[in-house]
Design a protein around this ligand. Structure first.
Ligand code: BF8
Ligand code: SF4
Length: 639
């Protein structure tokens, strides 16, 4: 692996881990080479025990499984089950947030509160809940109960899908992919993809779009919106990112995973006098909380808690020798953490009944005992501070300043100016050709590509071409570490038109919109741009594109599929596991566009990928008959 693109802190810790014989994700990736060609091409199936079956990609061996399923069915079922897995992950997270909202409504002693009543009212309006003369808690209870119904609704439409542009809703109805309840769609995917059910690759993908939509416009959107009610609607704030945010003279607690419920309380309590005194008694100056993965994004954007690192830094954070405790909740948690923490003094604690590790301490988190649990965990961290092994401490100082915490609302406030909050100025900037278009660059980091290279090269290429970028997930953390979330980044990397906008408004050229469930915020931004007018009637009309340049998770496939089904051109680096099926590949990357207006694209070179996105943006500008770009730019005719 070439680590020359990696941030300096990671480079140092990768070398330190090697010196100390600590096995990391990159070592295990190497050990897996060469990886299974059947899995990569989508040509294996183990959906029943007449198999496992595999199809020879070179046409020399069998061309169907024992049951007669062909390559198209194999590959489509793979993708559909990945979408179901990813949708289930986001949506189960969303369900947990609904449960917390109900607990707030019913428990007067809850550690949580309704932090944003306006958001509660606006969600009540979406669900047709009367708010007049009602206490917020009464509304919260009604909202929680109706939100529960979104998961189990067997008939009718997902209510949140009514937030999509009218034309998009009509298309979904016409195509038979308007989502119903989230559970129904996931269950139906599992049914259709079991042995001997759906053998029509297009029909399988059709339902996987419906499933993905129930995530994007359902489970993920509920997670975002209800977290905004409980933890507050983010507003742009300053913080910093990278392993340098860990402190040698303070107790470091790393919060890792995706659900902010416990970490929010830990972050809150960590600065209290009581906790400070406990820390001082052990020789530390205080307690420092820092985040990994999307838990990090969640508490960064609402509390300014610094980002320690992305998915690929979860092990490296421990290698610093100063991580006194890491708590993990759910998703993207490497089981390797047990072994890595055993090489250092770091305490590892699982907190969710969904995600335990054999042999790792578990402190069960129940929202009704949030403060007690948070104190217990902080105390374990403080008690562990004196156990640091001085010889293992080599903490990098590298960190970057950042601005994070944008939302669909704050974008309109910033761009709309002091006196009017509207998307008009953003639409006008695109219409006039000052901004060429918008791109959402999101998603994971993956050891199968040179660390961080894809993220950084793609984002910089888009900025250079006057494409404004919105980001979430690990791309957001990576951009933060490379200084792209600073307003000054516009002057270093953006084209002239985008620079002008960033300078006038004082925003970075890359806007941090949050965690991966917050990709729903991108759907809302796109919808607001459509509704503002002048750029077509549907999301698929917009000069916009999406990308996940280092994807790895099933969640990324669910996100990609709901963006495609919402009308967005969505580019990923390495292909979906469909390359063994010519027909499915052709459908996903070409013909699906006629059905839903969006399509997938696969391109491993990040600069070429950015060019493909820009060409799509230009195609949409042309279709909308927009003015020429204000500042001329050249793009290779073909890469
Ligand atoms: O949900 S971007 S590696 S941390 S899956 Fe995981 Fe991918 Fe990071 Fe957030 Ni999203
Ligand atoms: Fe083989 Fe068909 Fe069973 Fe899959 S479902 S394992 S292809 S027999």
């Amino acid at each position: 692996m070439d680590i020359s693109f990696a941030d300096k802190a990671s480079q140092k810790m990768i070398l330190k881990a090697a010196d100390e014989n600590i096995e990391t994700v990159w070592d295990r990736y190497e050990a897996q080479q060469p990886q299974c060609g059947f899995g990569t091409t989508g040509l294996c199936c183990r959906h029943c025990t007449m198999g496992p079956c595999r199809i020879d990609p070179f046409g020399e061996g069998p061309s169907v499984g024992v049951c007669g399923a062909n390559a198209d069915t194999f590959a489509a079922r793979h993708v559909a089950r990945m979408v179901a897995g990813g949708s289930a992950a986001h949506s189960d997270h969303g369900l947990g947030v609904v449960e917390t909202l109900l607990a707030i409504a019913e428990d007067d002693n809850s550690a949580y509160e309704i932090k944003n009543v306006d958001k509660l009212y606006s969600m009540a309006k979406v669900y047709d809940i009367e708010i007049k003369n009602k206490e917020p808690k009464v509304i919260a209870k009604e909202l929680a109960n109706i939100a529960f119904e979104e998961f189990g609704r067997q008939r009718g439409e997902l209510i949140l899908a009514s937030l999509a542009p009218e034309a998009r809703q009509k298309l979904w109805r016409d195509k038979g992919i308007m989502p119903r309840g989230i559970y129904r769609e996931v269950v139906e995917t599992m049914h259709r993809t079991t042995m001997g059910v759906d053998a029509d690759y297009k029909n399988i993908i059709k339902h996987s779009m419906r499933t993905a939509l129930s995530d994007g416009w359902g489970g993920s959107m509920l997670a975002t919106e209800l977290q905004d009610i409980i933890f507050g609607v983010p507003t742009p704030l300053k913080s910093s990112a990278n392993l340098g945010v860990l402190k040698e003279d303070e107790v470091n607690i790393l919060v890792h995973g995706h659900e902010p419920t416990l970490s929010d309380i830990i972050a809150d309590l960590s600065t209290s006098d009581e906790i400070n005194k406990l820390a001082e008694a052990k020789g530390a100056k205080g307690v420092n909380v820092a985040g990994i993965c999307c838990t990090a994004n969640e508490i960064l954007m609402r509390r300014g808690v610094p980002l320690a690192g992305s998915f690929l830094q979860q092990e490296l954070a421990i290698v610093t020798g100063v991580a006194d405790l890491m708590i993990v909740d759910v998703q993207c948690i490497m089981p390797s953490l047990k072994k890595v923490t055993e090489g250092y003094h770091t305490e590892l604690i699982t907190t969710s009944h969904h995600a335990k590790m054999d042999g790792v301490k578990h402190v069960a988190f129940h929202p009704e005992e949030a403060v007690k649990t948070a104190k217990e965990i902080i105390t374990i961290a403080i008690d562990n501070y004196p156990n640091r092994n001085k010889e293992q401490i080599d903490k990098p100082d590298d960190q970057e300043r950042l601005v994070a915490g944008f939302t669909a609302d704050s974008i309109s406030k910033f761009l709309g100016g002091k006196y009017r909050s509207t998307y008009r100025p953003l639409n006008d900037a695109i219409i006039s050709g000052r901004i060429r278009g918008a791109a959402g660059v999101v998603g994971c980091s993956n050891p199968n590509s040179d660390y961080e290279k894809n993220h950084i090269l793609m984002v910089k290429e888009l900025l250079k071409n006057d494409v404004i970028v919105v980001t979430t997930g690990c791309n957001a953390i990576t951009c933060a570490k490379h200084g792209l979330l600073q307003p000054e980044a516009a002057f270093k990397y953006a084209g002239e038109g985008l620079q002008e906008i960033c300078r006038t408004v004082g925003i970075p050229p890359v806007l941090h919109l949050g965690s991966c469930v917050d990709n729903s915020r991108i759907l809302t931004v796109l919808t607001n741009v459509v509704n503002e007018g002048g750029l077509g009637n549907d999301i698929s009309d917009l000069p916009a594109a999406g990308a996940a340049p280092e994807w790895m998770s099933e969640k990324a496939v669910a996100i990609g599929m709901y963006f495609v089904a919402s009308g967005v051109y969505t580019l990923i680096d390495h292909p979906l596991p469909v390359m063994g099926s010519k027909k499915l590949h052709q459908y996903l990357t070409e013909d699906i566009e006629q059905d839903v207006g969006g399509k997938w694209a696969f391109q491993e070179d990040p600069v070429k990928g950015a060019h493909m996105m820009i060409r799509h943006i230009d195609k949409k500008r042309k279709a909308l008959k927009l003015k020429p770009l204000m500042y001329e730019q050249s793009l290779p005719v073909e890469d």
